[in-house]
Design a protein around this ligand. Structure first.
Ligand code: HEC
Ligand code: HEC
Length: 368
């Protein structure tokens, strides 16, 4: 589970109900076995659905701050501007929002993203909403957290395309950002640097939570889910989707093989085969391992999977049944599951739905 978010330095984050009961129970215990025990226990006790759901999921926190990564207003304000500023990219056309668009719930609706100079990304853009809940960032978990991701994104070949760190620092200064960096990092003598733009953008991302009907349900409002969504929740638990997609993010806490019951590409029709985490670690045991994605807002973020190979949610659910559970799902199962997944769609945060006004560009005769 997300121990970084939940109990950094061994102690729970103050004033935040963030240690999932599941995480506590499963610390040091083989994951699947512990989960099974919880599920079986719940069934034996004849617990109502809501009780079961509360053991497996958790309502969203107010934001995703930790002690190490606070969401103080100066950092968030700076991070928000940087997120929306295309002038930071190599060709002046790409900002974070190019691929994580508010209107598209923080995605770009493309199978694979297109960055500076129209460079094609290797994978599909997941949403930035609630992303900081996950135990690692990116499909194969090769970034530690949203700060690490944001820090490296500005020099990434296929996103911003800047050749090196110094070029980004020059741009930030020329665009008048230095004062805001000073404000956000008052104790840092050289505040305009990669760690700090990572922390500022990360602070903004940590405010992007989207409370959904599932959260209202977990807090006790049984009617927050439609009867069909409740059936879908039950199916999600009974079929075992929840063995991978659980916790506060409804996923995002482990790597699992995509294709437990056969090659994923025979079901997704993927035009090329991505070896997943193996690409990063070169360990044969990591072949086809991907991060189990969090499913919050999943109905709003097609196309699906790491390569955007599946266009619709019902089809993605069928593929999951087949290759992750070895089951051919019935039409009823699929429509119930989709009804449940629809209930994970939350409200867009105001600070995401509207763009910030960027500082006017000032030109000087002498280059910086
Ligand atoms: C050119 C398109 C593009 C741009 C620009 C871009 N991203 Fe992404 N983003 C992606 C893609 C594609 C992935 C998945 C890459 C992978 O997993 O290999 C991703 C992944 C992420 C993730 C991880 C989400 C998860 O669930 O693991 C976060 C967080 C994120 N981006 C934030 C940002 C921020 C912040 C910026 C701006 C600094 C940014 N992105 C700029 C395309 C883009
Ligand atoms: C054994 C673990 C496992 C089980 C069980 C499982 N999933 Fe998944 N799920 C994954 C992984 C891993 C991915 C990412 C696959 C990829 O694209 O590389 C995923 C992806 C998804 C996606 C696509 C998300 C996106 O943003 O593209 C959906 C939807 C989904 N799962 C729903 C379900 C449903 C519904 C069930 C039960 C029928 C289920 N999953 C069972 C591991 C699992």
């Amino acid at each position: 589970m997300n121990s970084r978010l939940n109990h950094r330095d061994g102690g729970p984050v103050k004033g935040r109900r963030s240690v999932s009961s599941l995480a506590r129970r499963t610390r040091g215990v083989p994951w699947a076995a512990a989960l099974l025990a919880v599920t079986v226990h719940a069934q034996e006790a004849g617990q109502p659905l809501m009780e079961k759901a509360r053991q497996l999921f958790e309502p969203l926190p107010k934001d995703m701050a930790t002690e190490e990564f606070p969401t103080d207003p100066a950092r968030v304000a700076l991070g928000r501007k940087l997120f929306f500023d295309p002038r930071l990219s190599l060709d002046g056309t790409v900002s974070c929002q190019t691929c994580h668009r508010p209107g598209l719930y923080g995605t770009d609706a493309l199978p694979k993203s297109i960055g500076a100079e129209h460079r094609l990304n290797a994978r599909n853009a997941p949403t930035v909403l609630n992303a900081a809940l996950q135990f690692k960032a990116l499909w194969i978990g090769n970034r530690a957290d949203v700060e690490d991701q944001a820090m490296k994104s500005l020099t990434g070949q296929t996103s911003f395309g800047n050749p090196e760190t110094a070029a980004v620092v020059r741009k930030l200064k020329a665009l008048g950002y230095e004062a805001e960096f000073k404000q956000a990092f008052p104790n840092d003598p050289e505040p305009v640097k990669p760690e700090n733009w990572g922390k500022a953008i990360g602070a903004y991302e940590r405010t992007l939570v989207t409370p959904s009907p599932l959260d209202a349900y977990l807090k006790g409002d049984a009617k927050a889910l439609t009867p069909q969504a409740r059936n879908g929740l039950k199916t999600f638990i009974d079929l075992g989707c929840v063995s991978c997609h659980n916790g506060v993010a409804v996923g995002g806490s482990a790597f699992r093989k995509f294709g437990m019951f056969g090659d994923y590409w025979t079901e997704t029709g993927s035009p090329s085969i991505d070896e997943g985490r193996f690409k990063e670690t070169r360990n044969p045991a990591d072949k086809y391992l991907f991060k189990v994605p969090g499913l919050r807002n999943v109905a709003m973020t097609p196309p699906y999977f790491h390569d955007g190979s599946v266009a619709t949610l019902p089809q993605a659910v069928r593929v999951m049944g087949k290759v992750q559970l070895g089951k051919e799902l019935t039409d009823q199962d699929v429509s119930d599951l989709v009804a449940f997944l629809n209930s994970l769609t939350g409200e867009l945060p105001q600070e995401f739905a509207t763009e910030p006004v960027l500082a006017p560009r000032t030109f000087s005769a002498t280059p910086p």
